[in-house]
Design a protein around this ligand. Sequence first.
Ligand code: MG
Length: 234
Amino acid sequence: MQPRIVEVRQGILKKNDLLAHELRARFAAAGVCVVNLVSSPGAGKTTLLEKTLAGLAQQGRRVAALVGDLATDNDARRLERSGVPVRQITTGTLCHLEAEMVDAALAGWPLDELDLLFVENVGNLVCPASYDLGENLRVVVLSVTEGEDKPLKYPTIFNAADLAVISKIDLAAAVEFDRGQTLRNLQAVRPGIEVVELSARTGQGMGSWLQYLERLEPAALQPGVAGSGRPGPR
Ligand code: MG
């Protein structure tokens, strides 16, 4: 039975990739840059997004967010406070977002009125790695409280990311975070990956993160360039 199970799984991934390809083309045509945030639960995706949406909106950027969780719309309600459009995707028992859910959640949204759309994936370092959502940029968030060896334990998701954000750096001393070891582990699984270190709570490093997002946009808007530079499983 084993080979048959593998075939079915490959079939689901292929269907997802086709739809993700369509989404990527639609995002490019609308001139919207899409950022997929992945991490383990509790790494600080929602807090980071809360501050990011507020910061970008303040700069006059047109931003919105889709938020994935197994249950509750707590994160969407938190993010709505930043005053930008937010939609929650509730996945039920599913441990990741799929292109189909993003497609459905976007129904009726005027994409061409947006500059940046953030997708907060379900907190999980395994399954989201395999599902392309048509994003331009995949960001993996790793908090200082999680342990320096996370990249080594979950190489697939770190390898499939374009940028690593080390979050909660205000807690680094309290948890005796080994910054050097973490950076070495990140480079070991994804050589050359850019890293931004920040604390969404204190604001430290947030300027670099917002600048990174500013730099990203023009390149991602060029047709044919969007989504093509990322290594990892597709
Ligand atoms: Mg969250």
